[in-house]
Design a protein around this ligand. Structure first.
Ligand code: FAD
Ligand code: NAI
Length: 461
């Protein structure tokens, strides 16, 4: 048994960042993690392995489709799937070991095992009960399936199984046109699978800016992905390592069955709080299974906090990290803060899709007057040089030119979005961005041109 100022339960981006910040602020800190490695969903079976596969298959796509155009002729690479998975694992291992190193450097104790909270101020790991003045729950989330569909992680997989398939399927049905479905669908489409995405709603990535989702769907379709929208999946049957997916089209109730080698169920994730004993100590939950917290991430039990995927808000690693840092500051008696209005979202396909702030759809619904400045990457010299001139950058401003949101589909969108995030944090206007010198030739000129389009007009459009 040991005594701590803070025990964090969960070693994902929320938990490990919180633990490190607590230690940096002089608090005696431990982090409980039941997995063999630190880093949570994100580093082990989420952000990092998926980005490794996206990178490898993007390079393959470049070799197959664009090398010859640039005069790079010769043998197109063949795919060694086992080696690609080994590369992915090496990237994961490097990152998870990195967190272990950071724990040692910052003197965070890793309590290995699954934790529970027998009472406020106590955390049980294995047979040991440790005491802590503060407890932070960062237990994350797990994939949620659909009623009647059994995930066996071989033929019918969640994102976890999709990252480690035994072989590349000839055909893949993806249920859900959200972030996981489109990222992993892209990976396998580039590896030669026939990918069909079945989505319940009439649009892909339904929470994104409408114009962006339409353009995104067009681009992915050009890359070979097929979309069935407005379709309610009825069942998935498996036999002899193959699957049959039956869906009903919502417009006319007609039923269609398609065959697939593999089915990826990507219809969302749910908070993971099993085994923590929350009900027993009086921690209240939200209707959809998230832990209820106040504005300072404290649960309904004093001294017990919660952050990340386990609470309300977007299930994103950087949102969890920001909450981790903020709650550490609160516990240390400082002023932790997260600006939920400026949390970017990025989809790491080619092209990347990124957004921050309000969409036009949200502003219309709220009756807010706004103006849009848009610039196509077709007018961006650098994007044309790298065969990625299909998208656009779009800035939304209010009547006083203050930036309300940005939506970008194009090369490097996931990095470009951050200049808008910084601008929004400073309450900047589009004119402020437009007056800022941007190096030429860079993709970021598209953001400046979108800002110019909010005023007297873009130059290159
Ligand atoms: P988690 O990362 O889920 O970590 C929780 C940890 O707590 C786990 O390791 C779990 O083992 C541990 N734990 C739970 N209960 C206990 C217990 N009782 N005792 C001990 N340990 C416990 N987000 C992005 O921002 N960008 C991306 O590119 C991105 N890509 C993704 C790709 C995929 C395929 C998936 C599935 C997710 C992706 N996400 C991405 C989402 C991101 O992974 C999550 O938002 C993020 O990991 C949440 O962090 P967290 O710390 O709240 O929880
Ligand atoms: P999601 O919420 O992004 O998308 C789920 C999709 O499935 C939606 O389009 C929804 O309409 C659809 N759907 C729901 N029920 C359905 C049904 N019965 N039939 C057909 N379609 C149905 O969830 P996803 O993709 O599983 O991702 C989970 C979380 O992981 C997300 O919250 C996301 O934030 C995070 N993530 C983030 C990434 C990133 O930041 N790049 C990458 C991958 C995941």
């Amino acid at each position: 048994m040991a005594e701590f100022d803070v025990i964090v339960i969960g070693g994902g981006p929320g938990g490990y960042v919180c633990a490190i910040r607590c230690a940096q602020l002089g608090l005696k800190t431990a982090c409980v993690e039941g997995r063999e490695t630190l880093g949570g969903t994100c580093l082990n079976v989420g952000c990092i392995p998926s980005k490794a596969l996206l990178h490898a298959t993007h390079e393959l796509h470049e070799a197959e489709h664009n090398f010859a155009k640039m005069g790079l002729k010769g043998k197109t690479p063949s795919v060694d799937w086992d080696q690609m998975k080994a590369y992915k694992q090496e990237v994961v291992d490097g990152n998870t070991k990195g967190i272990e190193f950071l724990f040692k450097k910052n003197k965070v104790t890793w309590l290995k095992g699954w934790g529970s909270i027998p009472a406020a101020g106590q955390v049980k790991v294995g047979d040991e009960v440790h005491t802590a003045k503060n407890i932070v729950i960062a237990s994350g989330s797990v994939p949620s399936s659909l009623p009647g569909i059994e995930i066996d992680e071989e033929t019918v997989v969640s994102s976890t199984g999709a990252l480690s398939l035994k072989k590349i399927p000839k055909s893949l049905v993806v249920i859900g046109a959200g972030v996981i479905g489109l990222e992993m669908g892209s990976v396998y489409a580039r590896l030669g699978a026939k990918v069909t995405v079945v989505e319940f709603l009439d649009v892909i990535t339904p929470t994104m800016d409408g114009e962006v989702s339409k353009q995104f769907q067009k681009i992915l379709a050009k890359q070979g992905m097929e979309f069935v929208l407005g379709a309610a999946v009825q069942s998935v049957e498996t036999k002899g390592g193959k699957a049959k997916v039956t869906y009903k089209l919502r417009k006319d109730d007609s039923e269609v069955t398609i065959d697939a080698d593999t089915v990826l169920v990507a219809t969302g994730r749910k908070p993971y709080t099993d085994g923590l004993g929350l009900a027993e100590i009086g921690v209240e939950m939200e209707q959809r299974g998230q832990i209820k917290t106040d504005a300072h991430w404290q649960t309904t039990v004093k001294g017990v906090y919660a952050i990340g995927d386990a609470i309300i808000g977007p299930m994103l690693a950087h949102k969890a990290e920001d909450e981790g840092m903020a709650v550490a500051e609160v516990i240390a008696g400082k002023h932790g803060h997260v600006n939920y209005g400026v949390i970017p979202g990025v989809i790491y396909t080619t092209p990347e899709v990124a957004s921050v702030g309000k969409t036009e759809e949200e502003l219309k619904k709220d009756g807010v007057k706004y103006k849009v400045g848009k610039f196509p990457f077709m007018g961006n010299a650098r994007a044309k040089a790298v065969f990625q001139a299909d998208g656009f950058a779009k800035l939304i401003v209010d009547e006083n030119d203050r930036i309300l949101g940005a939506h970008i589909i194009g090369p490097g969108a996931g990095d470009l979005i951050h200049e808008v995030c910084v601008a929004m944090e400073f309450g900047a206007s589009a004119e402020d961005l437009a007056l800022t010198c941007h190096a030429h030739p860079t993709f970021s000129e598209a953001v400046r041109e979108a800002a110019l389009a909010c005023g007297d007009g873009a130059i290159h459009a």
